[in-house]
Design a protein around this ligand. Structure first.
Ligand code: NI
Length: 205
């Protein structure tokens, strides 16, 4: 069907409006129904809204804390003298879990963005050698690195130029979508263990 708008204006509506709010979806649907804009432009808008929504959900998943305690809730006020303690019956201290989370997250981020990515050796390069941190500076450094790498993963996911579904060229079928979910999943798993450690040490609220 011939539309009432010129090709130029149809392309402006098709390309620029998708960046505007979802209300345009409703308005454009009306326009499409009356033939003012093409259904292709509406489809493009819907795809962009879906893409935006998926990125938003992934960021929420990475941030955690919606259905359980957040990283900061568990780590922030961890008493220095208990950071190397393995509670009876559990295999890990808080330091071991914190470092393992940091390393794994770094590893996944590194794989996601580095063509020359090199696999870490399991398990020796995934866990710290000692159950206790060498000092409080090392603990703080690990926490800061964790935040920095999580921020980098969020940025990668939030970047409209990142194709969440494209196969990572140096991988074996993995996508950024999969890697972001893996980070969130791995963090959530070990955060639960950290809460158990705190509970058994008598320092969980
Ligand atoms: Ni793990």
């Amino acid at each position: 069907m011939r539309t009432l708008l010129s090709r130029r204006w149809r392309s402006v509506i098709g390309e620029r409006l998708p960046r505007a709010c979802a209300l345009w979806a409703v308005i454009l649907h009306r326009f499409a129904a009356s033939g003012i804009v093409t259904t292709g432009a509406v489809r493009q808008l819907e795809l962009m809204e879906t893409d935006k929504s998926l990125r938003k959900h992934l960021i929420e998943l990475l941030d955690g804390g919606h259905a359980h305690a957040s990283f900061d809730d568990v780590i922030a006020d961890f008493p220095p003298k208990l950071r190397g303690e393995k509670p009876a019956g559990l295999p890990h201290s808080a330091w071991m879990l914190l470092e393992h989370m940091r390393i794994a997250q770094w590893d996944i981020l590194d794989f996601s963005r580095t063509p020359k990515y090199k696999t870490l050796k399991w398990p020796e390069e995934h866990w710290p050698k000692s159950p206790s941190p060498p000092n409080a500076v090392a603990w703080d450094k690990s926490v800061r690195s964790f935040h920095r790498d999580l921020g980098a993963m969020r940025k990668l996911v939030n970047d409209a130029k990142t194709d969440l579904f494209a196969k990572i060229p140096w991988g074996e079928g993995q996508t950024i979508l999969r890697e972001a979910m893996l980070v969130a999943d791995h963090n959530s798993h070990h955060l639960g263990q950290l809460i158990d450690v705190r509970r058994l040490l008598g320092i969980w609220k």
